[in-house]
Design a protein around this ligand. Sequence first.
Ligand SMILES: Cc1ncc(COP(=O)(O)O)c(C=O)c1O
Length: 360
Amino acid sequence: MTMKRLHNFSAGPGALPVSVLEEARQEMLVYGEAGASIMEISHRSPEYTAVTDSARQQLATLLGLGDEWHILFLQGGASLQFYQSALNFLQRNETADYVNTGSWSTKAIAEARRVGNVHVAASSADDNFSHIPPVSSWQHSSSPAYIHITSNNTIFGTAFQEDPVSVPAPVICDASSDFLSRPVELAPYSMIYAGAQKNIGPAGVTVVLIRKSFLERVQGDLPTMLDYRVHAEKLFNTPPVFAVYMVEKVLRWIAGKGGLLGMQAHNEAKADLLYSRIDKTDFYRGTAEKGSRSKMNVTFRLPSEDLESTFVSEARKHGLLALKGHRSVGGIRASIYNACELASVEALVDFMTEFERKNG
Ligand SMILES: Cc1ncc(COP(=O)(O)O)c(C=O)c1O
């Protein structure tokens, strides 16, 4: 029996492009001339080397990354990057500045504190992370080693609308939930990291981009697997081959959709449609301030918690999957990453209108 694929609003792992899944299915038993699947051959084989080279090439082309960047495919999720970035770039007697815009930033801060001093340059904790503090309002420490931001806040549905320019230190950005969803001005950033499982592939690989000049700051003897210099120099250990293989396919899919400009147009069309439905009446209430709204994770409330749980269960019956908000926020969250189709958002908006008609 073939089960039907539903409209998927999962916050992560999120929807993947159907054409990519189909291509992987075609190759599941035998990859090219390899005589085995990609999962069953050496990570040093010509076949896998071509996959990983192509993934790097695609990333470089999509983002305009020149030779001055290292492109690493690491494991341990974005969560390990919270610690690893601090371990590499923060000395015990130094201070790093963090902008706290949600649960993931809070976790990044906790991990960095294991390594050195953390100064919170700005925070929106006081209003339950419903906005992004403007760059001009940040209060920096005297000589920060770096500044860490979270470009999109998956749980609270907020996102930076401006790049951190004119700040006093290199910027490290956790871009896990909006990576490759739009063009990025790279100049303000020294390092960008993102777990793949929202916008660019399955769980298992974290893309880490580091400027070569920034990497030169790393000092001393670090645990081998946590030392970026090791991974920048060579393929040190077995990478997550299947995840990288899937990422390579998703990157080609993005290129075929018009690259990052194409993704931006596609993502803005979905977000505009959904936010205008939310704003149309008072029945639905967006939780993020309008000037900080995420185009990836759209969070909203209904008039009561009872109605919210009915909404989620009724939506499921209408083929709309994974709309329950994160437990720390409640309400509804629709994650509309790159692979979420406009038709899915149209189906959600139709359902919202019908639900309001019955319950409003
Ligand atoms: C913005 C952000 N950072 C970090 C993480 C943690 O990622 P991982 O589960 O890959 O460690 C997530 C996961 O949802 C996230 O959304």
